[in-house]
Design a protein around this ligand. Structure first.
Ligand code: ATP
Length: 132
């Protein structure tokens, strides 16, 4: 099966670097399946799981926004954060979810609302990926 190098990089670390067969990401325009030899492009990513198919197995990573860059030699995801299921502290994500929900239910200005909505998306993404 043909493959390409996938790197997932955050400000803190290189979270992933492997030869993979396919990835499925959630771009700003919807879901994208990336196979080897895809034309070069850059697209923003949503806060969503990235599915990776490699050697007939599938793994999933909680990616927090950022960009997907498809180069000739590799595919790079530059994200604010990225966690494998085993790295996710579910209790922490649950309490982040609760805090965000409390903020969304309170009377706050628009800026706080957007921040709380993004925090909720990050928490739900982590809880979803950890549960797979
Ligand atoms: P919290 O409010 O719990 O800090 P957050 O969504 O604000 O959550 P981020 O700013 O997205 O956190 O991430 C900061 C760092 O903490 C990143 O390195 C991220 O990978 C890590 N991180 C955040 N939440 C979790 C979690 N539930 N399990 C493991 N790592 C996490």
């Amino acid at each position: 099966m043909s493959s390409f190098l996938l790197e997932i990089v955050t400000p803190e670390r290189k979270a992933y670097a492997q030869d993979v067969n396919m990835i499925i990401v959630k771009g700003s325009e919807g879901e994208l399946g990336i196979l080897p030899n895809h034309i070069p492009m850059v697209t923003p990513l949503k806060i969503a799981p990235v599915t990776i198919k490699r050697d007939r197995s599938e793994e999933v990573i909680a990616v927090n926004g950022g960009f997907l860059e498809i180069r000739k030699d590799k595919v790079v995801i530059l994200a604010e954060s990225a966690e494998l299921p085993g790295d996710i502290d579910v209790a922490r994500a649950e309490s982040a979810k609760q805090r965000a929900e409390q903020r969304l239910n309170g009377k706050r200005d628009e800026y706080d609302h957007v921040r709380a909505e993004l925090a909720l998306q990050r928490a739900l993404n982590r809880i979803g990926v950890a549960g797979r």
